[in-house]
Design a binder for this molecule. Structure first.
Ligand SMILES: O=C(O)C[C@H](Cc1nc2cc(Cl)cc(Cl)c2[nH]1)c1ccc(Cl)cc1
Length: 324
Protein backbone atom coordinates (compact mmCIF):
# COMPACT_ATOMS: atom_id res chain seq x y z
CA UNK A 1 0.00 0.00 0.00
CA UNK A 2 2.11 2.81 -1.30
CA UNK A 3 0.93 6.28 -2.02
CA UNK A 4 2.62 9.24 -3.68
CA UNK A 5 3.20 12.33 -1.64
CA UNK A 6 5.25 15.22 -3.00
CA UNK A 7 6.94 12.89 -5.48
CA UNK A 8 8.36 10.79 -2.71
CA UNK A 9 6.40 7.59 -2.67
CA UNK A 10 6.30 6.33 0.85
CA UNK A 11 5.53 2.83 1.89
CA UNK A 12 4.31 1.41 5.17
CA UNK A 13 5.76 -1.57 6.94
CA UNK A 14 4.05 -3.43 9.79
CA UNK A 15 6.24 -4.87 12.54
CA UNK A 16 5.16 -6.79 15.61
CA UNK A 17 6.88 -6.15 18.94
CA UNK A 18 7.82 -8.65 21.63
CA UNK A 19 4.27 -8.74 23.01
CA UNK A 20 3.03 -9.52 19.49
CA UNK A 21 1.52 -6.05 19.13
CA UNK A 22 1.62 -4.84 15.48
CA UNK A 23 3.14 -1.43 14.77
CA UNK A 24 2.74 0.14 11.33
CA UNK A 25 5.66 2.31 10.36
CA UNK A 26 5.73 4.75 7.46
CA UNK A 27 8.99 4.31 5.63
CA UNK A 28 10.50 6.27 2.75
CA UNK A 29 12.37 4.27 0.14
CA UNK A 30 16.12 4.46 0.54
CA UNK A 31 19.33 3.25 -1.00
CA UNK A 32 18.99 -0.09 0.75
CA UNK A 33 15.77 -0.82 -1.14
CA UNK A 34 17.65 -1.01 -4.41
CA UNK A 35 20.43 -3.10 -5.89
CA UNK A 36 22.49 -0.94 -8.24
CA UNK A 37 23.78 -2.18 -11.58
CA UNK A 38 25.62 -0.72 -14.54
CA UNK A 39 26.27 2.94 -15.17
CA UNK A 40 23.89 4.24 -17.82
CA UNK A 41 25.35 7.71 -18.11
CA UNK A 42 27.61 10.30 -16.56
CA UNK A 43 26.72 14.00 -16.40
CA UNK A 44 28.66 16.91 -15.01
CA UNK A 45 26.55 16.84 -11.86
CA UNK A 46 25.13 13.35 -11.84
CA UNK A 47 25.65 9.68 -12.58
CA UNK A 48 22.76 7.54 -13.75
CA UNK A 49 22.79 3.88 -12.69
CA UNK A 50 20.45 1.02 -13.53
CA UNK A 51 18.84 -0.24 -10.33
CA UNK A 52 16.35 -2.89 -9.27
CA UNK A 53 13.85 -2.47 -6.45
CA UNK A 54 14.63 -5.44 -4.16
CA UNK A 55 10.98 -5.93 -3.16
CA UNK A 56 9.26 -5.56 -6.54
CA UNK A 57 12.20 -6.48 -8.81
CA UNK A 58 11.17 -3.53 -11.00
CA UNK A 59 13.99 -1.87 -12.91
CA UNK A 60 14.66 1.88 -12.70
CA UNK A 61 17.23 4.45 -13.72
CA UNK A 62 18.59 6.15 -10.59
CA UNK A 63 20.21 9.56 -11.00
CA UNK A 64 22.74 10.08 -8.20
CA UNK A 65 24.07 13.55 -7.35
CA UNK A 66 26.91 14.32 -4.97
CA UNK A 67 25.67 16.78 -2.35
CA UNK A 68 29.01 18.50 -1.81
CA UNK A 69 29.46 19.01 -5.56
CA UNK A 70 25.89 20.33 -5.95
CA UNK A 71 26.42 22.84 -3.17
CA UNK A 72 29.91 23.87 -4.32
CA UNK A 73 28.66 24.43 -7.90
CA UNK A 74 25.58 26.30 -6.62
CA UNK A 75 23.21 23.84 -8.34
CA UNK A 76 20.88 23.30 -5.40
CA UNK A 77 18.16 25.32 -7.15
CA UNK A 78 18.42 23.20 -10.31
CA UNK A 79 18.07 19.95 -8.42
CA UNK A 80 14.96 21.15 -6.62
CA UNK A 81 13.54 22.56 -9.89
CA UNK A 82 14.06 19.14 -11.48
CA UNK A 83 12.24 17.43 -8.63
CA UNK A 84 9.39 19.95 -8.54
CA UNK A 85 8.99 19.87 -12.34
CA UNK A 86 8.97 16.08 -12.55
CA UNK A 87 6.44 15.98 -9.72
CA UNK A 88 4.13 18.11 -11.87
CA UNK A 89 4.54 16.01 -15.00
CA UNK A 90 3.29 12.65 -13.80
CA UNK A 91 0.51 11.72 -16.21
CA UNK A 92 2.17 11.50 -19.61
CA UNK A 93 3.81 8.51 -21.35
CA UNK A 94 6.24 10.84 -23.17
CA UNK A 95 7.84 12.26 -20.03
CA UNK A 96 10.31 10.36 -17.85
CA UNK A 97 8.45 9.58 -14.63
CA UNK A 98 9.90 10.32 -11.18
CA UNK A 99 8.98 7.59 -8.65
CA UNK A 100 10.97 8.52 -5.56
CA UNK A 101 13.53 10.99 -4.35
CA UNK A 102 15.65 10.39 -1.27
CA UNK A 103 19.07 11.19 0.10
CA UNK A 104 21.79 9.76 2.29
CA UNK A 105 24.66 11.60 3.92
CA UNK A 106 26.57 11.92 0.66
CA UNK A 107 24.13 11.87 -2.23
CA UNK A 108 20.73 12.76 -3.62
CA UNK A 109 18.76 10.16 -5.57
CA UNK A 110 16.12 10.49 -8.29
CA UNK A 111 14.43 7.15 -9.06
CA UNK A 112 13.23 7.47 -12.66
CA UNK A 113 11.82 5.43 -15.55
CA UNK A 114 14.43 3.26 -17.19
CA UNK A 115 14.53 4.17 -20.89
CA UNK A 116 16.51 1.20 -22.19
CA UNK A 117 16.57 2.45 -25.80
CA UNK A 118 19.04 5.19 -24.95
CA UNK A 119 19.09 8.67 -26.49
CA UNK A 120 17.27 9.51 -29.73
CA UNK A 121 20.50 11.24 -30.77
CA UNK A 122 22.43 7.93 -30.70
CA UNK A 123 19.78 6.22 -32.82
CA UNK A 124 19.83 9.14 -35.27
CA UNK A 125 23.64 8.98 -35.51
CA UNK A 126 23.41 5.25 -36.25
CA UNK A 127 20.80 5.81 -38.99
CA UNK A 128 22.33 8.99 -40.41
CA UNK A 129 18.88 10.40 -41.14
CA UNK A 130 15.26 9.34 -40.49
CA UNK A 131 12.75 8.91 -43.28
CA UNK A 132 9.50 10.92 -43.30
CA UNK A 133 7.46 8.16 -41.60
CA UNK A 134 9.88 7.90 -38.66
CA UNK A 135 10.28 11.68 -38.40
CA UNK A 136 6.51 12.03 -38.35
CA UNK A 137 6.13 9.41 -35.58
CA UNK A 138 8.96 10.71 -33.37
CA UNK A 139 8.04 14.32 -34.09
CA UNK A 140 4.41 13.67 -33.13
CA UNK A 141 5.38 11.98 -29.83
CA UNK A 142 7.77 14.82 -28.93
CA UNK A 143 5.13 17.44 -29.82
CA UNK A 144 2.47 15.63 -27.77
CA UNK A 145 4.82 15.68 -24.76
CA UNK A 146 5.66 19.38 -25.27
CA UNK A 147 1.92 20.16 -25.41
CA UNK A 148 1.38 18.32 -22.11
CA UNK A 149 4.37 20.04 -20.47
CA UNK A 150 3.12 23.45 -21.55
CA UNK A 151 -0.42 22.68 -20.37
CA UNK A 152 1.10 22.01 -16.93
CA UNK A 153 2.92 25.35 -17.01
CA UNK A 154 6.37 23.91 -17.66
CA UNK A 155 8.84 25.13 -20.31
CA UNK A 156 11.69 22.64 -20.85
CA UNK A 157 14.23 25.21 -22.25
CA UNK A 158 16.81 22.60 -23.33
CA UNK A 159 15.01 20.28 -25.75
CA UNK A 160 17.40 18.39 -28.02
CA UNK A 161 17.80 14.80 -29.30
CA UNK A 162 20.10 13.99 -26.33
CA UNK A 163 17.19 14.79 -23.98
CA UNK A 164 14.73 12.57 -25.82
CA UNK A 165 15.21 9.01 -24.54
CA UNK A 166 13.72 5.85 -26.03
CA UNK A 167 12.06 3.10 -24.00
CA UNK A 168 12.12 -0.61 -24.80
CA UNK A 169 9.28 -0.12 -27.35
CA UNK A 170 11.23 2.69 -29.02
CA UNK A 171 8.71 5.25 -27.74
CA UNK A 172 10.02 8.64 -26.60
CA UNK A 173 10.54 9.88 -23.05
CA UNK A 174 11.67 13.46 -22.56
CA UNK A 175 14.16 13.91 -19.72
CA UNK A 176 16.46 16.43 -18.00
CA UNK A 177 14.19 19.04 -16.42
CA UNK A 178 16.85 20.63 -14.24
CA UNK A 179 16.82 23.76 -16.40
CA UNK A 180 13.06 23.89 -16.93
CA UNK A 181 11.01 26.95 -16.07
CA UNK A 182 7.78 26.57 -14.09
CA UNK A 183 5.34 29.32 -15.13
CA UNK A 184 3.75 31.12 -12.18
CA UNK A 185 0.09 30.18 -11.56
CA UNK A 186 -2.79 30.78 -12.36
CA UNK A 187 -2.57 27.66 -14.50
CA UNK A 188 -1.85 29.02 -17.97
CA UNK A 189 -4.57 28.33 -20.54
CA UNK A 190 -3.85 26.57 -23.81
CA UNK A 191 -0.72 26.92 -25.83
CA UNK A 192 -0.41 30.71 -25.75
CA UNK A 193 3.01 32.22 -26.15
CA UNK A 194 2.80 33.95 -22.81
CA UNK A 195 6.20 35.34 -21.94
CA UNK A 196 7.36 34.47 -18.46
CA UNK A 197 6.37 37.49 -16.33
CA UNK A 198 9.29 38.52 -14.12
CA UNK A 199 8.14 40.43 -11.05
CA UNK A 200 10.68 42.45 -9.02
CA UNK A 201 10.77 40.01 -6.12
CA UNK A 202 12.08 37.16 -8.15
CA UNK A 203 15.11 39.19 -9.18
CA UNK A 204 17.39 36.24 -8.55
CA UNK A 205 14.96 33.96 -10.30
CA UNK A 206 14.62 36.50 -13.11
CA UNK A 207 18.34 36.67 -13.36
CA UNK A 208 18.54 32.88 -13.45
CA UNK A 209 15.87 32.86 -16.16
CA UNK A 210 18.03 35.23 -18.17
CA UNK A 211 21.38 33.76 -17.27
CA UNK A 212 20.37 30.29 -18.40
CA UNK A 213 20.47 29.47 -22.11
CA UNK A 214 20.16 25.92 -23.43
CA UNK A 215 22.46 24.12 -25.81
CA UNK A 216 23.85 26.40 -28.52
CA UNK A 217 22.42 24.61 -31.59
CA UNK A 218 18.85 24.61 -30.19
CA UNK A 219 18.66 27.91 -28.32
CA UNK A 220 16.00 30.34 -29.56
CA UNK A 221 16.81 33.93 -30.67
CA UNK A 222 14.77 35.48 -27.82
CA UNK A 223 16.92 33.69 -25.26
CA UNK A 224 20.05 35.07 -26.94
CA UNK A 225 18.61 38.57 -26.75
CA UNK A 226 18.14 38.23 -23.02
CA UNK A 227 14.37 37.98 -23.21
CA UNK A 228 12.69 35.34 -21.07
CA UNK A 229 11.95 31.82 -22.11
CA UNK A 230 8.43 31.29 -23.33
CA UNK A 231 6.55 28.24 -24.60
CA UNK A 232 7.51 29.20 -28.16
CA UNK A 233 11.18 28.75 -27.18
CA UNK A 234 10.50 25.01 -26.92
CA UNK A 235 8.80 25.12 -30.35
CA UNK A 236 11.91 26.69 -31.89
CA UNK A 237 13.91 23.74 -30.51
CA UNK A 238 11.21 21.40 -31.85
CA UNK A 239 11.73 22.91 -35.33
CA UNK A 240 15.48 22.31 -35.01
CA UNK A 241 14.81 18.67 -34.02
CA UNK A 242 12.48 18.00 -36.98
CA UNK A 243 15.09 19.48 -39.33
CA UNK A 244 17.85 17.39 -37.72
CA UNK A 245 15.94 14.08 -37.94
CA UNK A 246 15.51 14.52 -41.71
CA UNK A 247 18.83 16.24 -42.52
CA UNK A 248 21.07 14.33 -40.09
CA UNK A 249 22.42 17.58 -38.62
CA UNK A 250 20.91 20.61 -36.81
CA UNK A 251 20.03 23.69 -38.93
CA UNK A 252 22.39 26.04 -37.03
CA UNK A 253 25.83 24.61 -36.43
CA UNK A 254 29.12 26.49 -36.73
CA UNK A 255 32.73 26.07 -35.61
CA UNK A 256 31.99 27.57 -32.20
CA UNK A 257 29.06 28.72 -30.06
CA UNK A 258 29.47 32.40 -30.92
CA UNK A 259 29.25 31.72 -34.66
CA UNK A 260 26.28 29.39 -34.07
CA UNK A 261 24.49 32.15 -32.15
CA UNK A 262 25.21 34.56 -35.02
CA UNK A 263 23.62 32.13 -37.52
CA UNK A 264 20.54 31.81 -35.28
CA UNK A 265 20.09 35.57 -34.90
CA UNK A 266 20.50 36.04 -38.66
CA UNK A 267 18.28 33.01 -39.37
CA UNK A 268 21.12 31.72 -41.50
CA UNK A 269 20.27 28.14 -42.50
CA UNK A 270 19.45 26.26 -45.70
CA UNK A 271 17.66 23.03 -46.53
CA UNK A 272 19.60 20.18 -48.18
CA UNK A 273 18.40 19.10 -51.64
CA UNK A 274 15.56 16.63 -51.42
CA UNK A 275 14.39 17.86 -48.00
CA UNK A 276 10.69 16.85 -47.96
CA UNK A 277 8.55 19.90 -48.91
CA UNK A 278 5.85 19.49 -46.21
CA UNK A 279 8.53 19.16 -43.52
CA UNK A 280 10.29 22.20 -44.99
CA UNK A 281 7.08 24.25 -44.73
CA UNK A 282 6.62 23.19 -41.09
CA UNK A 283 10.24 23.98 -40.15
CA UNK A 284 10.00 27.39 -41.87
CA UNK A 285 6.96 28.21 -39.71
CA UNK A 286 8.81 27.25 -36.52
CA UNK A 287 12.26 28.77 -37.14
CA UNK A 288 10.84 32.29 -36.98
CA UNK A 289 12.77 34.96 -35.09
CA UNK A 290 9.73 36.50 -33.38
CA UNK A 291 8.34 33.92 -30.92
CA UNK A 292 4.86 35.42 -31.30
CA UNK A 293 4.86 34.43 -35.00
CA UNK A 294 5.89 30.82 -34.48
CA UNK A 295 3.25 28.16 -35.18
CA UNK A 296 1.55 27.30 -31.86
CA UNK A 297 1.11 23.65 -30.83
CA UNK A 298 -2.48 23.26 -32.01
CA UNK A 299 -1.56 24.52 -35.49
CA UNK A 300 1.45 22.21 -35.62
CA UNK A 301 -0.79 19.23 -34.87
CA UNK A 302 -2.94 20.21 -37.88
CA UNK A 303 -0.02 20.88 -40.20
CA UNK A 304 -0.12 18.69 -43.37
CA UNK A 305 3.24 17.13 -42.38
CA UNK A 306 1.40 15.41 -39.51
CA UNK A 307 -1.50 14.35 -41.77
CA UNK A 308 -2.79 10.96 -40.63
CA UNK A 309 -1.17 11.06 -37.18
CA UNK A 310 -3.46 9.63 -34.49
CA UNK A 311 -3.07 12.19 -31.67
CA UNK A 312 -3.91 11.28 -28.06
CA UNK A 313 -3.72 7.77 -26.59
CA UNK A 314 -3.48 6.10 -30.02
CA UNK A 315 -0.15 7.76 -30.66
CA UNK A 316 1.29 5.99 -27.60
CA UNK A 317 -0.29 2.60 -28.22
CA UNK A 318 0.85 2.06 -31.78
CA UNK A 319 4.19 0.36 -32.38
CA UNK A 320 7.10 2.56 -33.50
CA UNK A 321 7.84 2.43 -37.25
CA UNK A 322 10.83 0.34 -38.34
CA UNK A 323 13.90 2.52 -38.55
CA UNK A 324 15.42 2.09 -42.00
O1 LIG B 1 13.48 14.34 -0.31
C1 LIG B 1 13.07 15.28 -1.02
O2 LIG B 1 12.37 15.14 -2.02
C2 LIG B 1 13.50 16.68 -0.69
C3 LIG B 1 15.02 16.86 -0.87
C4 LIG B 1 15.29 18.37 -0.88
C5 LIG B 1 16.77 18.56 -0.94
N1 LIG B 1 17.62 18.24 0.05
C6 LIG B 1 18.84 18.61 -0.40
C7 LIG B 1 20.11 18.55 0.20
C8 LIG B 1 21.19 19.01 -0.55
CL1 LIG B 1 22.76 18.95 0.15
C9 LIG B 1 21.07 19.51 -1.84
C10 LIG B 1 19.82 19.55 -2.39
CL2 LIG B 1 19.64 20.12 -3.97
C11 LIG B 1 18.69 19.11 -1.69
N2 LIG B 1 17.39 19.04 -2.01
C12 LIG B 1 15.50 16.21 -2.13
C13 LIG B 1 16.09 14.98 -2.01
C14 LIG B 1 16.55 14.32 -3.15
C15 LIG B 1 16.40 14.92 -4.39
CL3 LIG B 1 16.99 14.09 -5.78
C16 LIG B 1 15.80 16.15 -4.53
C17 LIG B 1 15.34 16.82 -3.38
Amino acid sequence: DEWREHGAAVGTRTETDASGKAHTKTVKKGVKDFSFGRTLGDGSYSTVLAATDRQTMKEYAVKVLDKRHIIKEKKVKYVNIERDTLNRLTEHPGIVRLYYTFQDERSLYFVLDLASGGELLSTLKKMGTFDVECTRFYGAQILDSIAYMHSRGVIHRDLKPENVLLDRDMHTKITDFGTAKILPDPKPQGAGNDMVPGNPTDGADQDRANSFVGTAEYVSPELLQRANACKASDLWAFGCIIYQLLAGRPPFKAANEYLTFQKILNLEYTFPDGFPPLARDLVERLLVLDPANRLPVEHIRNHPFFEGVQWGKGLWRQSAPKLR
